[in-house]
Design a protein around this ligand. Structure first.
Ligand code: AMP
Ligand code: ZN
Length: 483
């Protein structure tokens, strides 16, 4: 069985062959920490966490390096900090702290490295100076700009500019034509470095530019992936010379294909003189609300934090594992419609799976072959989850071992039950008291009172189940959390 992944660059599903099977290297574009992450932002985090877990299962725990950056220099950060009257450092630290707690609650492992853009300015400056020295970039009015035309003219053995996004130069010129900055030679040129106004964060500029400046957005990922996945592995990777500056997998949301990833490729290929930046380019589809991409700019977003801790979505809060299962029930390349109904279904499914696990001892069971086959087919999580459904009642231990590869069923059944009960508007002891009162009402043939008690419990999220004790014929009532 081999791992097959869909590669945006070739538009096909390919067998994954690592450059060095002892060190599989993956980079994923992480959050810009100016505001809390919304549940759409959580999609790449969860999807690539599943891939990370799968790669660790296939290549060994220490055989995988996963880098996900933190973008802590950005115009939106400056604006937000000024608006709130806090320092940039305070804003980015606070936002990052909540982000880390949120994605932990979603069951995601920490990446091996979470580099910050502001800690990799030296690498950005070095790449920019190389690009200027080689004629791929130029200085104009204290900016440094990258020239896609120069990249294409050089025919350096790399794909043409626009190959990842499958766009022609004409389309890109048309797209860039609005408000072209006067210092650009061509409409498609993009910023590598720009001057900082007084009060904005600034660093000594490259290429002899006198005033302090700051990086454009795209250069940071070329710099961080180079530093963390190429330079930090110098001497450790065994590969052909042509692969010396290539890593294995680069991921992010589909909106990053153009211009962000296209520009990362342009910068890295030209500065490092490599035919490829990464071998496999993976992109998750959008999470949508009523057919539209969830985004800050559209204002139709709900944050991970609100889903976990407030009743702002569907009138109640949701466990991280519920959000995770709801996310993984759709294949990562398909759009997802985010609804309270889907969350309720995911929760019911977890109730059932945890219920089947009660009394089942932890053992060393491995994920099943059918489950692994689904995951290895371009992360077919809906297929893998269908396998879990068919295993859950008959082979719960196997279901658990398999589910853990998806980051699910991480709790004990008792912990899950405790979590669900904590969500109720009533304590378990009070429920037992009401059940006893109801049984007394029934014994007295006071059906109205018995029904009233049951309805009151339903309103508090508790469902009752009546059954006759087979031995004594006595009525027994049990209850379940139904929210
Ligand atoms: P941003 O903070 O906008 O740069 O986004 C961070 C990550 O979340 C990127 O990988 C985006 O592609 C991804 N992303 C943003 N919005 C959505 C969405 N609605 N659905 C799926 N992924 C998204
Ligand atoms: Zn990036």
């Amino acid at each position: 069985m081999s791992l097959r992944l869909y590669n945006t660059l070739t538009r096909s599903k390919e067998t994954f062959v690592p450059i060095d099977a002892a060190h599989v290297r993956m980079y994923v574009c992480g959050p810009t920490v100016y505001d809390l992450a919304h549940i759409g932002n959580a999609r790449p985090i969860i999807v690539f966490d599943v891939l990370y877990r799968l790669l660790r299962a296939l290549y060994g725990r220490d055989g995988v390096a996963y880098v996900r950056n933190i973008t802590d220099v950005d115009d939106k950060i400056n604006a937000r900090a000024a608006e709130r009257g806090v320092t940039i450092r305070e804003l980015t630290e606070d936002t990052n702290r909540v982000f880390q707690a949120d994605v932990k609650a979603l069951g995601c492992l920490d990446p091996d490295v979470q580099p910050r853009a502001t800690e990799h300015i030296d690498e950005m400056v070095e790449l920019i100076e190389r690009l200027v020295a080689k004629g791929f970039a130029y200085v104009a009015q204290e900016h440094v700009l990258f020239s896609p035309a120069a990249m294409d003219a050089a025919k350096g053995g790399w794909p043409r500019y626009g190959a990842l996004a499958n766009r022609s130069l004409d389309e890109m010129i048309a797209g860039a034509r609005v408000d072209v900055a006067p210092y650009k030679r061509d409409a498609t040129d993009f910023v590598l470095w720009k001057p900082s106004k007084a009060g904005d964060p600034g660093w000594p500029s490259p290429c002899g530019i006198a005033s302090p400046g700051r990086p454009g957005w795209h250069i940071e990922c070329s710099a961080m992936s180079w530093r963390r996945l190429i330079r930090d592995f110098a001497g450790k990777i065994s590969c052909d010379a042509a692969d010396a500056n290539v890593f294995d997998i680069h991921g992010g949301g589909i909106d990053l294909v153009f211009p962000h990833h296209e520009n990362e490729i342009a910068q890295s290929c030209c500065a490092l003189d490599t035919p490829r930046m990464a071998n496999v380019w993976m992109h998750n589809g959008f999470l949508q609300v009523e057919g539209e991409k969830m985004s800050k700019s559209l204002g139709n977003f709900i944050t991970i934090n609100e889903l976990l801790h407030t009743s702002n979505f569907g009138g109640r809060k949701w466990a991280g594992e519920v959000l995770r299962l709801a996310m993984l029930r759709t294949h990562y390349r398909q759009p997802i419609d985010w609804t309270a109904k889907a969350l309720e279904e995911a929760e019911k499914t977890l109730d059932r799976w945890y219920g089947a696990l009660e009394g089942v001892a932890e053992d060393a069971t491995e994920p099943t072959e059918a489950f692994m086959a689904a995951l290895q087919d371009d992360l077919n999580t809906p297929g893998a989850i269908a396998e879990l459904f068919s295993m859950a009642s008959e082979h719960p231990a196997q279901a658990r071992a398999s589910a853990r590869l998806l980051g699910l069923l991480q709790m004990t059944p008792a912990e899950w039950k405790g979590l669900r009960e904590a969500d109720l508007a009533i304590s378990p002891a009070a429920i037992e008291e009401m059940i006893a009162a109801r049984l007394a009402a029934r014994a007295a043939k006071n059906w109205a009172e018995s029904d009233r008690i049951r309805d009151e419990l339903v309103a508090k999220g508790v469902a009752l189940k009546d059954a006759k004790d087979p031995a004594t014929g006595e009525l027994r009532t049990t209850w379940e959390a139904k929210r």
